[in-house]
Design a protein around this ligand. Structure first.
Ligand SMILES: *Cc1c(COP(=O)(O)O)cnc(C)c1O
Length: 359
């Protein structure tokens, strides 16, 4: 096990009341960090008080975006215990993102330990109101000082934590999404399969245009034909057409969502017919018009986000009467039940804090 040096803050903050929590605005007292330098590898793993970095203006991440992150959550159950959801999977995915960005590999045991140790130290920040959680953000940034395009020789890996509010305060509400036939988030052969800063920069303009037209998210279509579904906002997209559940394959243009994986596992275990195959937008529209369609996004933030309306080429299509579908609701309830320890965890997805051998 890695030795993590710990420096505790001398000025701890008071966590805000659970009822007031939103997303991504409040952070805990501590952060984890370690550095990489060519020749030395990753070194100096430590937990320190939360605080700013000092970066030279020529630090390469600020110019060329060599940066990756991941996002996962810890949940406090009705039993008061804290559970980490699919930690090893998130640690592995961080390394896959690193490969795409020419960032040196991290030891996944160290990544897991960094998150575990940090959540343990700041565990009083894990909220307990139903639906709330502690969001965990491991990040790697390139820190060499130079102008010019090549991989950095130095990096900071760090982890920050923040309590976040319930995504659905008054039951699930379906979102309205706009399929763009011009803008593209990522293409096959690009960085779509990495959780990297560039993909979010690429999505801002489209998201703003969608919002101006009254939609909450963009349904990104493939970058070559603008015809096949890729993702929705920062979520994977899934549909039920009659008795088949369909989701786009992991073709290099989309992220391998861990919620996507959890949902596929459940659906297969429930005996449903599941296909990972390309889905054309015309197929979706035809199914919506024939009322044969349920549609939802999957991601750590919302778990499941039902889609109630689809915009495309100036037309609006209502999906499932604008209501949350039965299967959508069942998936949400099942995953949330496992996350908070209210339901059994037959897949070993959760790990109790303070129990290194598993939940
Ligand atoms: C994070 C993310 C997802 C969802 O992944 P989860 O592991 O389920 O949280 C999907 N698409 C994109 C682009 C993402 O950034």
């Amino acid at each position: 096990m890695t030795e993590i040096a710990i420096t505790r803050t001398t000025t701890p903050n008071q966590p805000p009341a659970d009822e007031t929590l939103t997303f991504g605005k409040v952070f805990t007292d501590h952060m984890f960090r370690m550095e990489y330098d060519a020749g030395r590898g990753w070194h100096d793993p430590r937990i320190v008080p939360y605080g700013p970095f000092t970066l030279d203006p020529a630090t390469c991440v600020l110019h060329y975006g060599q940066a990756i992150f991941d996002g996962m959550k810890a949940f406090r159950g009705g039993d008061g215990l804290v559970r980490l959801f699919r930690l090893p999977d998130h640690a592995r995915r961080l390394n896959r993102s690193a490969q795409y960005l020419c960032i040196p590999e991290l030891d996944t045991d160290v990544v897991e330990e960094s998150i575990r140790a940090l959540v343990e130290i700041d565990q009083r920040w894990v909220p307990s109101l139903p639906g709330t959680s502690l969001y965990i953000r491991p990040t790697v940034i390139a820190t060499e000082t130079f102008l010019g395009v090549h991989p950095s020789s130095s990096y900071i890996y760090y982890v920050i934590l923040g309590p976040v509010g319930a995504y659905y305060k008054e039951g699930m509400n379906p979102v309205r999404i706009l399929a763009s036939d011009t803008l593209v988030r990522a293409v096959k052969g690009g960085l779509g399969a990495a959780k990297t800063a560039a993909n979010y920069a690429a999505s801002l303009y489209g998201a703003e245009q969608a919002q101006q037209q009254g939609y909450t998210q963009v349904l990104w279509l493939d970058g070559v034909e603008h015809r096949y579904l890729d993702e929705v906002g920062t979520m994977n997209i899934m549909l039920r057409i009659d008795d088949e559940v369909v989701t786009p394959p992991l073709n290099g243009a989309i992220l391998a969502g861990i919620t996507r994986d959890s949902v596929l596992r459940l659906l297969r275990d429930w005996g449903l017919r599941v296909s990972e195959r390309p889905v054309a937008i015309d197929e979706v529209i035809a199914a919506a018009q024939a009322s044969r369609l349920e549609m939802w996004g999957t991601g750590t933030a919302a778990v499941i986000s039902p889609v109630g309306e689809l915009g495309y080429k100036g037309e609006r299509y209502v999906i499932n009467g604008g209501r949350t579908g039965e299967l959508t609701q069942r998936l949400y309830d099942t995953i949330v039940g496992i996350q908070y320890g209210a339901a059994p965890d037959p897949y070993g997805w959760t790990r109790l804090l303070g129990n290194r051998l598993g939940g």
